[in-house]
Design a protein around this ligand. Structure first.
Ligand SMILES: *Cc1c(COP(=O)(O)O)cnc(C)c1O
Length: 468
């Protein structure tokens, strides 16, 4: 038995994997990874996979990065962890100073949690709580875009709209306002992203005008709706949203958990709209993909609404045990150093341009409706019919064919439903981008030709996606 097989068997005997129908593993192997090296992951049989999705969008500077490793090792010998209530430490202070410095003006306070979903919970709770503390307790509801994703905990699911992740749990969820997304894949033929995004704002404007007295906050994934299939829109939408939130006294929550740290071409997506949200949620690439941590930045105005004598019960009494973990902070500090020292945002422009040229030919593919890109994210939308953009029935799992082909060829390219995408580490080379495009093209050819038969669950919603 190969080493891979042996680890796989031991794994399948005891593990329950995330976002997985475990029965799939009767056919699909689990791939045990022995080591990482830059953009490469290597399994126990020595086969290498180019990590085209940055291991679920977290890894920006490669695996086993020497500079991040060293910083964590140094921190490890100093202090591994201390509770953050009543105590503090050097890396958490330094990281907070730097986050305040590099984010848009006005975001002056940092609250930490230990993953993205709980970061979202914090922003939602703080917003709700702010309005209570400010004598407007009727402002309790949240506005969200269709096809959005904000995480897996119950309130985070409530503001999400990807049926696959949330439908089952509907009875548990908060009642939110769902506004049609500015998703430019759905724009009329010949219309620009900007015009479509601007037009779609009418729905948001109307919801805010009608209901602002009961609305605490609007939450968006700026520029890219990630788990919803890498759907994209124009920054003008964020500008209009900022103006409307100001006009109606509603908070604006930017979930930059996936898009923060350079993914959209700027350090933070909100920079492209020239705005400051009331809450900025960061995670994923924050630690370079090393350790779980999230940061929620907010304004001094928000902070002040909680600052009072203890007995007024205005304090934000929310905590997660590993809040502000020093090792995670050290990884984040090393990551920010690399951004600065290597002038990464600037250097990424060359890579992004190569991603454009390497995938351009796919726009003519008979089974591709669109190739779209924002910065360092490219998505290729496979469809059953190109002219009408008719999707493949989700049950056919065409994306899985691409995934399997890519694994054979040595790439981790895991589509979202029928959307094949690259979200590579920024340490990828132009030649490696070409390789990914080649593998994706082959995979899309194979997936288009495949004849599939499926068992269809009755009453399943139309907008199901395969797990990302
Ligand atoms: C991944 C993600 C989350 C959730 O983060 P977790 O760390 O997985 O809980 C929330 N919002 C967006 C936009 C994400 O991509």
């Amino acid at each position: 038995m190969s080493l891979n097989d042996s680890w796989m068997q031991r794994d399948l005997a005891v593990l329950w994997h995330p976002c997985t129908q475990m029965k799939d593993h009767e056919q699909l192997p689990v791939i045990p990874i022995r080591r990482g090296d830059g953009v490469w992951l290597e399994d126990f049989d020595g086969k290498r996979y180019l990590d085209a999705v940055s291991s679920w969008w977290v890894n920006v500077f490669g695996h086993a990065n020497q500079r991040i490793n060293q910083r964590i090792k140094d921190q490890l010998d100093q202090l591994e962890h201390v509770m953050l209530a009543g105590f503090s430490h050097q890396p958490v202070v330094e990281l907070s100073e730097r986050l305040v410095q590099i984010t848009p003006p006005g975001l002056d306070r940092v609250f930490y949690t230990d993953n993205g979903s709980t970061g979202i919970e914090v922003a939602l709770k703080m917003s709700f709580h702010y309005w209570r503390n400010s004598g407007q307790p009727n402002k309790q509801r949240f506005v969200t875009l269709t096809n959005s994703y904000h995480g897996e905990t119950v309130a985070a699911m409530s503001v999400g709209d990807v049926a696959l992740f949330t439908d089952t749990y509907k009875p548990l969820l908060l009642d939110t306002f769902k506004v049609p997304s500015p998703d430019c894949y759905l724009r009329p033929d010949g219309m620009s992203w900007e015009e479509h995004s601007r037009n779609m704002f009418a729905h948001m404007g109307q919801t805010l005008a009608d209901h602002h007295r009961e609305i605490a906050a609007v939450i968006v994934e700026p520029l890219i709706q990630g788990a919803g299939g890498m759907r994209m829109y124009h920054p003008v939408y964020l500008q209009l949203l900022r103006e409307a939130c100001d006009r109606y006294d509603v908070h604006l929550i930017h979930d930059e958990i996936a898009v923060g740290f350079g993914r959209t071409g700027t350090m933070f997506a909100c920079e492209q709209a020239g705005i400051t949200p009331d809450f900025l949620c960061l995670s994923k690439a924050l630690t370079g993909g090393y350790l779980p941590m999230a940061a929620v930045l907010t304004t001094d105005k928000l902070y002040q609404a909680f600052y009072d004598d203890y007995s007024t019960l205005r304090a934000f009494l929310h905590s997660h045990t590993y809040t502000g973990n020093p090792l995670a902070c050290a990884a984040a500090l090393a990551t920010l150093d690399i951004f600065e020292q290597d002038r990464v945002i600037e250097a990424n422009k060359t890579l992004a341009a190569r991603m454009t040229t390497a995938t351009a030919h796919l726009a003519d593919h008979p089974q591709v409706a669109e190739v779209r890109q924002t910065g360092m994210a490219v998505a290729i939308e496979m469809v059953a019919d190109k002219a009408s953009k008719t999707p493949y029935p989700w049950q056919e799992r065409r994306g899985l064919k691409v995934y399997q082909h890519a694994l054979q060829r040595g790439a981790l390219l895991r589509p979202l439903g029928s959307v094949v995408y690259f979200l590579p580490p920024y340490t990828i080379t132009e030649e490696q981008i070409d390789f990914l495009a080649e593998v994706a093209t082959e995979g899309i050819d194979i997936a288009s030709r495949a004849s599939v038969s499926v068992a269809v669950a009755p009453g399943a919603p139309a907008n199901f996606h395969d797990p990302g």
